[in-house]
Design a protein. Structure first.
Length: 121
């Protein structure tokens, strides 16, 4: 569940995207969110398909004011299914470890992460 740009990033990284019998439900920020996407995600999650989310931010700042972000969508899906996702984006350790490995950053004491939202970053 995500924007076409997010889907393209996953495809370019070698993931096969499918709307039928997925191995994992991945939730990201989605300006193209539809009830059908929510219904399908909740159905798969209720069937035991693992649930992963990119980040827990409740709102995304825009020039017109905040709009619902991935954390708000997590809350909606969790309220419906009773399942909380594994969150893999910043500031969670999995993302930081992957970036350290990718760029050969061995000493975590020399790594800084900059965020844009105090309550999650």
């Amino acid at each position: 569940v995500g924007t076409p740009a997010l889907e393209e990033e996953f495809s370019q990284a070698g993931f096969v995207l499918t709307k039928k019998d997925p191995e994992t439900v991945v939730l990201g920020f989605d300006l193209t969110l539809t009830y059908e996407k929510l219904q399908n995600a909740c159905s798969f999650i209720r069937q035991g398909v693992p649930f992963i989310a990119t980040h827990p931010d409740f709102n995304c700042p825009t020039p017109q004011g905040p709009i619902p972000d991935c954390g708000a969508m997590i809350a909606l899906i969790t309220a419906s299914t009773g399942v909380r996702p594994k969150i893999i984006g910043k500031p969670y350790p999995e993302m930081i470890e992957a970036l350290r490995a990718k760029y050969g950053l061995e000493d975590p004491g020399k790594v800084a992460m900059v965020g844009d939202r105090l309550y999650t970053d």
